[in-house]
Design a protein around this ligand. Structure first.
Ligand SMILES: Nc1ncnc2c1ncn2[C@@H]1O[C@H](COP(=O)(O)OP(=O)(O)OP(=O)(O)O)[C@@H](O)[C@H]1O
Ligand SMILES: [Mg+2]
Length: 230
């Protein structure tokens, strides 16, 4: 479904990714792991076209999207939730979902209801300004907004980062349910235990490349511990 080949990315002269290769199959949950600063966000931004890669190829459902605008990738079915759960803080929860709906090609109001079904805790908060939500609630809203675009693949950058433990569990359960409906998911996740529970496959970045890859059970390898140790 998503195929990344020889992807390279840089900030000016500082090269971050040196030929990253991986694939996510239909309905698969792929976890991207690696220490702070290895380039996980850079990889997702390159996959989404937020950052133009310096080399390599990104294909989504067989189409070469490497030079496509982010907005067009979203229309193709790539839903993106960037790191730091960004929302429009001045707008209410309902308005945040509405503006996202209006930006999509389909404009089917049912997409908002479906997104709220995935995160029922947002329903009593619909009239509240997003800026007044807790971090966990903002993260749920950020994911709900991506769902409004009706993605075929959801791309999540550390959705549990800095979020209180009981809400982490809710977000984990929501990801699990979305995965169970057949949605493909590309998830950057630092918690090994969470990755073990959720992932079908994983890659670990190190030195700008995929240093290790495998299925969920391979996450118990001692090599994984070494690659993730700080
Ligand atoms: N806009 C930028 N300009 C210059 N350098 C950047 C920029 N964004 C990231 N970097 C650098 O690129 C490298 C990779 O950063 P990136 O944010 O992709 O890492 P990450 O794996 O997502 O880290 P984290 O786990 O902290 O989120 C780091 O060395 C970082 O300092
Ligand atoms: Mg990051």
């Amino acid at each position: 479904m998503l195929k990344v080949t020889g992807l390279e990315a840089a900030y000016g002269r500082a090269r971050v990714l040196f030929g990253v290769d991986f694939e996510v199959g239909a309905g698969q949950l792929m976890c991207v792991m690696g220490r702070n600063g290895v380039g996980k966000t850079t990889l997702l931004n390159s996959v989404m076209g937020v950052l133009a890669p310096t080399a390599g190829k990104v294909e989504f459902e067989g189409a070469d999207v490497t030079r496509m605008k982010t907005y067009d990738r979203v229309k193709l079915g790539m839903g993106y939730v960037p790191q730091g759960h960004e929302t429009f803080p001045q707008l209410t929860v309902a308005e945040n979902l509405q503006v996202t709906l209006e930006a999509t090609g389909h404009r089917d109001r049912k997409a908002v209801d479906e997104a709220l079904e995935a995160f029922p805790r947002l329903v009593p908060l619909l009239k509240r300004r997003a800026g007044f939500l807790s971090g966990g609630q903002q993260q749920q809203l950020a994911i709900a907004r991506a769902l409004v675009t009706r993605p075929k693949m959801l791309i999540l950058d550390e959705p549990t980062e800095g979020i209180q433990p009981n809400i982490v569990l809710e977000i984990e359960e929501a990801i699990e349910r979305l995965h169970a409906t057949g949605l493909a998911i590309l998830l950057v996740e630092q918690y090994l235990e969470l990755a073990l529970r959720l992932a079908d496959r994983f890659i670990i970045l190190e030195g700008g490349q995929v240093a290790h890859a495998g299925e969920a059970e391979d996450l118990r390898d001692e090599k994984v511990g070494r690659l993730l140790a700080v």
